[in-house]
Design a protein around this ligand. Structure first.
Ligand code: SF4
Length: 387
């Protein structure tokens, strides 16, 4: 099998750039299960989707000894299923929790043992659903959950409640109700299409929804929220970009959480969207033992700037059931961000926010920074004029 992409990032504490030899070694180990696949298969998103790893038996085979107990693993995945694309799997370098891709994609028992009492819906989104799966939290925009499925089920996902159980509503009925509600709500000027991952839908299905939205006069802007460039970048095809281009102004938000995810394949996917006139921004989540170190976060933000993806938000991990082990300590998170604010160019800086229920929305956490508080004190005579 020929691998057409190379990962980049850190290996054994040393920087390695696009080194074919190193990466072939790791990819062969993780993806030998797919040895009969052709290079063409590998680049085909439908092949990637169809060949997702969804069972522990396949994981064991693919990743060697993971040390996972099969019975507990099965009870866990009965609640929160497993799905990893061969591509994303190939980015795993070590089969343990020191690996950021492993951490984000391989189920961990702490998902059920640590956060049983936490709410499934920490942002109370379900209380803002005028029609099934349409969240209308802020007056001028709404969020349409167009599918519960994803290419990869991210272990830190704050919407696990959607993909942890099947949804019986037909897509057609769901779209019809959403479009009817949006058309009758002139205050809505922006529609965010999310999920699940909307890009696992076929172009024709997606286009039907986009064209219905475009036909509503008061909808000025459409936004797509998708992790596809990170977990299955081959889904970004010329045909998809050509179709999306027709629905501009269209904004695209994705979620890179670690620099090893910024591969040439992922960069190519973002670039194709940008060349179609679609701005790409990033919304990371601050995740314990994944990206909560100064070096990793700096490499992530600088790496995004290098591929012209704007770091937009960095979310403090929500208190969602199944995610407790990813939550960072607020004090050290602020301290980390203070370092980032001092060391990174403004163009690399996302807004570090905590999302809270209700219309207050995302609260910027930089106001809690000691440095900012001290600066405000130091220049009190100046800032007093703003009150
Ligand atoms: S792709 Fe998005 S919705 Fe799906 S599991 Fe990952 S974070 Fe959650």
């Amino acid at each position: 099998m020929t691998f057409l992409f190379f990962a980049s990032g850190k290996l054994c504490g040393r920087s390695h750039s696009l080194n074919l030899a190193v990466n072939r070694k790791y990819m062969n180990k993780a993806t030998s299960h797919f040895k009969n696949a052709s290079a063409k298969d590998w680049q085909d998103w439908r092949w990637q989707f169809k060949n997702r790893v969804t069972k522990i038996e396949s994981l064991d085979k693919l990743l060697g000894k993971t040390g996972l107990d099969k019975d507990s693993f099965k009870s866990l995945t009965a609640i929160y299923p497993l799905a990893i694309t061969p591509y994303y799997l190939s980015l795993i370098k070590s089969c343990n929790e020191s690996d950021p891709v492993f951490m984000q994609s391989v189920p961990c028992l702490r998902e059920i043992s640590l956060s049983g009492k936490m709410p499934e819906d920490p942002l109370e989104e379900d209380t803002h659903m005028p029609v099934p799966k349409l969240i209308h939290r802020y007056s001028d925009r709404c969020l349409a959950i167009v599918t519960e499925n994803c290419a990869v089920y991210c272990r830190h996902c704050n919407r696990k409640r959607f993909w942890s159980r099947p949804n019986p509503t037909s897509l057609k009925a769901r779209f019809r109700e959403m479009v009817r509600y949006i058309a009758a709500s002139p205050q809505i000027r922006e529609v965010i299409i999310s999920g699940g991952d909307p890009l696992i839908l076929d172009d024709t299905v997606l286009e039907k929804f986009l064209s219905s939205l475009k036909a509503i006069k008061h909808v000025d802007v459409i936004r797509i929220g998708s992790r596809i460039p990170v977990v299955m970048p081959m889904r970004i095809t010329k045909e998809l970009c050509r179709m999306l281009k027709r629905y501009r102004p269209l904004w695209f938000n994705t979620q890179f959480n670690h620099p090893v995810e910024i591969t040439p394949e992922a960069a190519r996917a973002c670039n194709m969207l940008q060349e179609a006139g679609i701005p790409v921004s990033n919304q990371s989540v601050l995740l314990k033992d994944v990206n909560d170190s100064l070096e990793t976060m700096k490499n992530l933000l600088n790496g995004l700037q290098k591929i012209s993806v704007r770091p937009y938000y960095l979310f403090h991990c929500d208190a969602a059931r199944g995610c407790a082990h990813f939550r960072t300590d607020p004090q050290s998170s602020i301290a980390l961000m203070e370092e980032i604010w001092q060391q990174c160019s403004g163009l690399c800086l996302p807004q570090y926010v905590l999302d809270v229920p209700g219309s207050a929305g995302k609260i910027p956490l930089n106001v809690l920074s000691k440095t900012i508080k001290n600066d405000l004190k130091k220049h009190k005579h100046f800032f007093d004029k703003f009150q």
